[in-house]
Design a protein around this ligand. Structure first.
Ligand code: ADP
Ligand code: MG
Length: 247
């Protein structure tokens, strides 16, 4: 469980988050959406202690973690794994070796055992047959899946995926959507997805949180967004060039 209580965050005189109140429910697929630059990534970084809010509290698993030390945040990041928009895999290692790394670092298991386990995580994302390839031998969506597999190795309860389909073609994006659904339905993870990919949003979200001007503008299931007459929401989901939304 991750909850944000009245989160504020500015950079210089630019107000990004102006009082975010939000509770992410366990085992749901929650999409965080909104125009580019609205603070979606900033909010996710506050959830795992990579950015500190100026005001407000972050509650994780019923504990106020806002003022945690870096060492304690590392434990939070194991349970709530954030996959960045541009995750780095090590070029000089195979996919399987990349996935084995967190296991080698955080679990006291042998290299051989870590490589065996890595294969299991690659299977979860449909990449086991590519395990011994190098990152540059597979496509961008496959690298993304491998980075998600790597994030699963320490058995997080929550996977936070920042723009997992941005920059991918339509077919590749749908394989990521399928994976998001499987993380939730088969692996019982809580999944938080930052996205502005409408197909992805309406295809797989249980709940959508629309951020606008530093606030939660609309929060509900996809049907509530489809039915919304709010002009800002209509502009966003209609992709209309003109409207009240300033981007
Ligand atoms: N570390 C930072 N320092 C200064 N400004 C930042 C920093 N991180 C984000 N910002 C600014 O905060 C705003 C929101 O950024 P971000 O959360 O990345 O937007 P998005 O909704 O596209 O993910 C942007 O204007 C961005 O330039
Ligand atoms: Mg972002």
């Amino acid at each position: 469980m991750i909850a944000f209580r009245n989160i504020h965050k500015s950079f210089g005189d630019k107000v990004v988050l102006a009082g975010i109140d939000l509770e992410i429910r366990d085992r749901e697929i929650t999409f965080i959406i909104g125009a580019s630059g609205t603070g979606k990534s900033v909010l996710m970084k506050t959830a795992v202690g990579l950015l500190a809010p100026d005001a407000g509290r972050v509650i994780v698993d019923a504990e106020d973690v806002t003022d945690f030390s870096e060492a304690r945040w590392q434990h939070i990041r194991i349970r709530h794994a954030l996959v960045f928009q541009h995750p780095n895999l090590f070029d000089s290692m195979t996919l399987r070796e990349n996935v084995a790394l967190p296991l080698r670092k955080h679990r006291r298991i042998s290299r051989k055992a870590a490589l065996v386990a890595a294969l299991g995580y690659l299977a979860m994302v449909g990449m086991e047959d590519k395990a011994d390839l190098m990152p540059d031998e597979v496509g961008p969506s496959q690298r993304k899946r491998v980075s998600i597999a790597r994030a699963l190795t320490l058995d997080p309860t929550t996977a936070i995926l920042d723009e997992p389909t941005t920059g991918l073609d339509v077919v590749a994006s749908r394989t990521i959507d399928d994976l998001i659904v499987r993380l939730s339905r088969e692996l019982a993870k809580t999944v938080i997805v930052v996205s502005h990919d409408l197909r992805s949003i309406f295809g797989v979200a249980d709940r959508i949180i629309f951020l606008y001007k530093g606030h939660v503008h609309l929060d509900g299931p996809p049907a509530a967004f489809r039915a919304s007459g709010d002009p800002v929401v209509r502009q966003f989901i209609g992709g209309e060039p003109d409207g009240p939304m300033e981007t």
